[in-house]
Structure formats: C-alpha cells, structure tokens
Design a protein around this ligand. Structure first.
Ligand code: ADP
Length: 767
C-alpha cells in the first residue's frame, strides 16, 4: 500500500496529545521549519513528533516511531511579525518511511490498533482515583479536566486527556506518545502523578514551613517591636516617673513664695503629661531645674558683732577706712531697725587697690555667701535679665545665675567692671542693671527666663569700677561711690609688711623666722620692680621672690634662713625694671612737668614746646585727644592775647612755627588738665626761661586765663612726689583734695594754689 506522505512537524519542547488543541506562535522570518510546513502543507494535515533525544541534531534516526496526526485548524497573523497557528492532535499514529527533503521531513503513517484488555476498566478507575488524589493536591488542574471527563470512556482517551493537563516535564510527557499500550501508559501516568503528588506535598510542606517560619519570624518581629516600644515607653516612663516623684519631693520641701510653688507644681504636671519625644520636654526640665534650685528663701544670718566685723576687715585690708566705716554703719543701722534696705556700694579705683578682695572680706566679715559676676564688655540686656524661654538655648541672666551659684537669698553680690558695659542695638544693659539695683523695684526682680519675681532686696550689692566718669550716669546716681585711690609708696610698704608678705609667706609654706626683709628692701622692690596704683604687681613680685627662695631651700637642703637684701633681690629678679631717679635738673626751656592720672596711678609727663622759622603754624604731636588739642590752641591764643604781659615779641610768633609734643607718643592722652602746663611750656619757650624739673602743675585754662579744677589729685600728687617733684601748682578749688594725701608726702611738697594764670606767671617767670 502506497501511503500518503505528510509533512513532519518536529517539536522539541512540547507535546501535542490526541484530542488536544494547542496554539503555536512562530516568527515569520526565522522559524524556517514552520514557514516551510505552513507553505507546503496539504489538507492542513501533518505528523507531529518529538525527537527521541532533544540534544542531538535531527536526522531520520533521531525521530520516533510514533507520533500524532495533527491538523492545522487556524492560521492568523499577529503583530510583531509573527504567525499564530491553532493545531489539533487527532490521533496517535505509527510513522513510517521518514524521508528528508530539502527543507523538511516527510513521512507516512499507519493507524495503531489497540488490542482489547479486560484490565483496562480497572485501570480506568484506578487512574480516575489517582486523578482525584492528584486534583486534591493540585487543585489548579481540577476544573479544566473535570469539564472534559464525561467525554472520555476509554483508558486510552483518559490517559491522553490527563496527560495534557499534567504539570510534568516535557521529557516525561513525550514518553506518553510513544507508549502505545493504554495500561502501560496509565501506569506511567499514575506513577508520575504520584511522584508529582509527593513533590507537591513536599512543596506544600516546605511552603507551609516557610510560611510558618515567615509568620513566626514576622510574629517575633512584631512582638519584638512591640516589646521594644513597650520597653521604651516603660523605661522612659519609669525614669520620667521617678524624676517627677523626685521633683515633687523637692518642690514640697522647697521654701519659696506660694506663687512660685504653684508655678513649679504646674510645670511638674506639665512635664509629667508630656510625651518623652516632645521637643519641649528638655526646656521644661531645665526650667524646673532652675526653679527648684534657686535659693528663694535661704537667708544667712549676718554677724551681729560690729567689733568682729571690724576686726576681720582690718586684718584683711590696710587702711580703706571709708569703706570699712560704711559697712559698720550699715550693720549698726540694720541692727537698730528691722527692715533695712541694703546700700549699693560702688568701689572705684585703679586696678589692684583691693576693690574685689575687700568686697570678699566684707562678705566674710558679715558671714554672707558670695556671688560674683563681671559685666565688663556686656552689650546685651539679656545677659542681665535673661532670655525669654522661647529663645533657643535660653538661660536666666547673670544676676539669677550668680544668686543660684551662691545658694543664698542675701549674698554679697559683687558686680565687677560696672564702668565697662556698652550699649548697642541689643539693648542697654545699664538700664537693666538699674532695675536690679534699684531698691524700689528689686524686691520684685523678674528675670525673663524665670518669669516669677525674685526678691533681691536683701542682697548686698558691691559694684567695682576703674573710672567713675565711665559708669553710666543713671547708675551712678543710685550708687554709693567710695573711692579707693592709689597707694603711696609708704602705704604700699605698710600693706606689704602687714598683709602681702605674711600672706605670701604662708602660701609658700615659710615662716617669718625663715625669711627676713627690711623696709628699705621692700621700698626698693616697690620703686624698682613695680609701677602701679595698687599692689597687685607688688604682691606678684613678692610671690616670685619667695618662690625662688623656697626652691633654693629645697636645692641646698640645709639652709633654713634667708635675708632678703637689695642685692639678693637683684640676683633673684634681675636688674630693676623701672628706674627710680630724682628729677634731673637741667637748664632747658620749653619743657614743663605736667601731672597725669593713668591706669597705673599718678605720673609726671613732660610737655615739650619748640619753634623754628615758619609763619605762625601750630603743630601738635603725641596722640593727643580733641580736648587736649583744644587746650593747646587755647593756651596759644591766651598768650597771643597777652603778649605784653608776658613780654613776648609778636614777630617771634609770626615768623615761627610752634610745635608742641607730649611724650610718650604712642599713648593716647586727653583731657583739659594740661592747660596750664602747656601755657607754661610755651611761655618758657618764647621767653627762654627755664622751669625747674622739681616743679609740676595741673589745671585747666580758659581763654581769659582762669584756672579751673581737675580730678585725680591724690594720684597725681603721689605720682609726682615719687618722681621727685617738690613744688606743685594746682587750681585753688582742688585744695580740699589734699585732705586725702598722706602727711608724709604733703610735708615734702610746696603747694601753690591758683585762680588765674597770672599767678603762675608771677611765681615761675617773674622771679
Ligand atoms: P582690684 O579689685 O581693685 O583690682 P584686688 O582686690 O584684686 O584689686 O587686689 C589685688 C591684691 O592686692 C589682693 O591680693 C589684695 O589682697 C591686695 N590688696 C589690695 N589692697 C589691699 C589693702 N589695702 N590691704 C591689703 N591687701 C590689699
């Protein structure tokens, strides 16, 4: 029989079973096999085979004996240059006579005869049961098969139907085509289904486990998170709770005004209710810290014995009678009345004269605590009265800070450098300080941060300043100014003997028996190694000497006694720093001693005048301030207006330039008090009359020759005396200031008090 040959479609990745319809898509350009088949197909019939070995190249020997007769049911073009085919498996056939043509294989086929087998029925049922089992495990195959089951009644068809839907490997499935015996095939299918069931079970088991693990780990995670949160909550809540309890306890014990207590309680409740993550919580906590730790009602008891106070003050500080007296008075009045407002003392004087140390002694003598702040350089009123709490990093002002540090409601409160505050856009700290110091207001002092009133009225304020005129005017008005002027050499000698040396000996672990120093040597130290109004440098110098002596004691081992002589001082400290020489007499004219008041105390400065050919110009040098420049002009005008009186030739002024210089050039100088000195220097120059270097003068001059009073007399006189001046000319109105000058100095100086410059002229140039 000559069988008709059909095209063979070789498929290597899927199996088309009889009674099964599949869709295949192929590429119109690349899939040569499909293109050829589709082009050459006859009656839409073909033979579909799966090669025996999918890995080897295809030739006749690799093609199987059995395949499926298939029909092309539909061919349609789809986008992307592809064609879709719908093919139907018709029946299993035996393939014969493969024949390779140019582009494809052809073959003929024979129908397969399946012998009847009684067992088929049994296997049919067994297969169905297995299927049921399988569907139970793999429900997704269920629906598709169920709808078709009623169409099959042979084992062969049932096998093919199930084979289509089984989710098996291609290599397993293709065996179902070539296994012709339905029972054999059914066995294979059952075996494969069972295997698959196991796989599915395993998969499900793994899935369950994974799921369990996952849900367990998830559960764990959630639990952990919860615990963490709870711990966090609990932990914080606990520490916050503890804190709230502590705060309440402290608050209940706190002695403070009822209003303040209410405020504290309110803030504690607010703190308690606050979420720990609230950004505000720190602010409330800090505020509570301040409120609870402020000494609202913590008064120390003042020493009642006036004698005791006096003894302590005397033992710590030499002289300074006025201040000591004021303190005693204060105590006396306080003891006599019940409620006394504290005075606001301001100690004014050059550095090192004992302002701060005296304030500390006052506190000690009264048995009060000390608060100490410096307001030098402050330009922001918030420094005094605090920042509002809304301000980032807000804090109370320095007053409240000082009070808290002192731990007392009535400390001695030292405010240093009250003359060095500045005023700018941030406000005027001086007026804030006024509120603090004003006894009318300061019992209700309200710091911006604290917000509750604090009673400062029992505080004993002691301010310090170097220059009285630099204390803001409104403040000066409220202060009880006490001057602590420069010490004379003899005062310094006394301070050194009675206070500084004993104090320093003790601090260096030495006894007066081990170290001896006589007055001459102390004076030598004062004159040659210090130049100051106070005694700070002197104290440091004494400390340096003693330090070196202690070192020597320790190095030598044996020496237990040291006699400090001038020579020893020079050995220990080196050559003298300041040359102390009596004013040297010479016969120069145009040079006159002026008297200055500097940070070091009083000093003498020589004002120089000279002239040379020119046309009447006035040249001024020496870093003079405006007021001093004006003094020079006034002096010259005054002289020009009185040429006849002074017997000066007018042409001298017209044909010469005049130069006035005040050394030292780099030091700024200002003030009117050099007026009479400049005038004298000019007259000395123009009349070529010499003025003794033992003469010094100070006083303002007017255009009409009036001599006006000046300040700093005590310092100036002491300074001038130190440099050897023995005659001093000064305004008559300053005569009263001599009271403050020690007798031993007054006795060595001839004072001439004047009202008008003519008196000076008569004194200096007429003789
Ligand atoms: P100020 O505050 O005026 O600048 P201090 O109070 O710091 O000066 O004084 C500097 C040092 O001089 C301190 O050790 C102080 O004990 C000492 N001192 C100043 N004046 C006297 C005095 N009158 N008696 C004893 N010691 C003094």
């Amino acid at each position: 029989m000559d069988l008709k040959k059909l095209l063979v479609l070789i498929i290597n990745d899927m199996v088309i079973f009889p009674n099964n319809e599949v869709r295949i898509e192929y590429d119109n350009t690349y899939d040569k096999q499909m293109i050829n088949i589709v082009d050459s197909i006859e009656d839409n019939l073909m033979l579909i085979v799966n090669p025996l070995d999918e890995n080897t190249s295809i030739d006749i020997t690799s093609l199987p004996k059995y395949g499926v007769l298939g029909r092309l049911k539909l061919k349609m073009a789809v986008p992307n240059g592809k064609t879709r085919l719908v093919m139907e498996g018709i029946k299993r056939v035996e393939i014969c006579n493969y024949q390779q043509e140019e582009n494809f294989f052809k073959a003929s086929y024979k129908d397969i005869e399946i012998k009847e087998n009684k067992k088929e029925k049994d296997y049919f049922n067994i297969l169905l049961k297995s299927l049921e089992k399988y569907i139970n495990k793999a429900p997704y195959v269920g629906n598709a098969i169920m709808s078709q089951l009623n169409k099959v009644d042979s084992l062969n068809d049932l096998c093919d139907l199930i084979s289509c839907y089984l989710n098996l490997d291609y290599s397993k499935k293709k065996k179902y085509i070539v296994t012709i015996d339905p029972i054999e095939r059914a066995k294979k299918i059952i075996e494969d289904m069972n295997e698959d069931i196991k796989l599915i079970e395993l998969e499900q088991k793994i899935e369950r486990e994974v799921e369990k693990e996952l849900s367990e780990s998830q559960k764990e995670f959630f639990l952990h998170e919860k615990i963490k949160l709870m711990q966090q909550e609990l932990g914080e809540a606990n520490s916050k709770d503890d804190e709230v309890v502590k705060l309440r306890k402290k608050s209940s014990k706190l002695k403070c005004p009822a209003k303040v207590k209410e405020r504290i309680e309110r803030e504690i409740s607010r703190y308690e209710a606050m979420n720990s993550n609230s950004p505000e919580i720190g602010i409330v906590r800090d505020y509570l810290d301040w409120m609870i730790n402020l000494p609202w009602n913590n008064y120390t008891k003042d020493t009642t014995s006036l004698k005791e106070v006096k003894t302590i003050l005397d033992s710590s500080h030499y002289a300074l009678e006025e201040v000591k007296e004021r303190i005693i008075e204060y105590l006396a009045v306080k003891q006599n009345t019940n409620n006394l407002r504290s005075p606001i003392i301001c100690l004014v004087g050059p550095p090192g004269v004992g302002k701060t140390s005296l304030a500390l002694s006052i506190a000690r003598s009264l048995n009060r605590k000390v608060a100490k702040i410096s307001v030098g350089g402050i330009n922001d009123e918030a420094e005094i009265i605090g920042h509002r709490r809304t301000y980032v990093g807000a804090n109370p002002g320095r007053i409240i800070q000082g009070i808290r540090k002192s731990g007392s409601t009535n400390p001695v409160f030292i405010i240093d450098e009250i003359d060095k505050m500045t005023k700018d856009i941030k406000g005027d700290p001086a007026s804030s300080l006024l509120e603090v110091l004003d006894p009318e207001q300061n019992n209700k002092f309200s710091d911006h941060y604290i917000e509750e009133e604090f009673d400062l009225s029992k505080v004993l304020f002691i301010a310090t300043a170097n220059y009285i005129d630099q204390i803001p005017y409104e403040l000066r008005d409220r202060l009880e100014i006490i001057d602590l002027s420069s010490y004379t050499e003899y005062e310094k000698l006394d301070i050194a003997k009675k206070h500084l040396i004993p104090k320093e000996l003790e601090e260096h672990g030495l006894t007066p028996l081990q170290v001896q120093i006589d007055e001459d040597t102390i004076l030598f130290i004062i004159r040659s190694y210090t130049k100051e109004a106070g005694v700070r440098e002197l104290e440091r110098t004494i400390a340096t000497i003693l330090r070196k002596i202690v070192k020597q004691f320790l190095l030598d081992g044996e020496q237990a006694f040291f006699n400090i002589t001038k020579e020893e001082v020079e050995k220990l400290l080196g050559a003298p720093k300041y040359l102390y020489s009596e004013a040297v007499e010479n016969d120069e004219y145009g040079v006159v001693n002026g008297m200055a008041y500097t940070a070091f105390g009083g000093d003498v400065i020589q004002i120089e005048a000279n002239y040379y050919k020119g046309n009447g110009e006035l040249i001024l040098t020496g870093s003079l301030g405006d007021v001093m420049k004006e003094s020079c002009k006034i002096a010259l005008s005054y002289i020009k207006a009185n040429l006849e009186v002074f017997k000066i030739d007018k042409s001298l002024l017209d044909e010469h330039d005049i130069h006035i210089h005040v050394p030292e050039g780099a030091v700024n100088k200002d003030g009117p008090s050099a007026g009479i000195t400049i005038t004298s220097a000019l007259i000395s120059l123009l009349t070529k009359k010499h003025i003794s270097s033992k003469v010094a003068m100070t006083g303002e001059i007017t255009l009409r020759g009036r001599v006006l009073p000046i300040g700093g007399v005590k310092e100036k006189v002491i300074g001038a005396h130190r440099t050897g001046v023995r005659k001093i000319i000064m305004p008559i109105e300053n005569k009263k200031d001599l009271e403050l000058i020690p007798e031993e100095i007054k006795n060595e100086i001839e004072f001439i008090f004047v009202k008008n410059y003519l008196e000076i002229f008569n004194e200096l140039f007429k003789k």
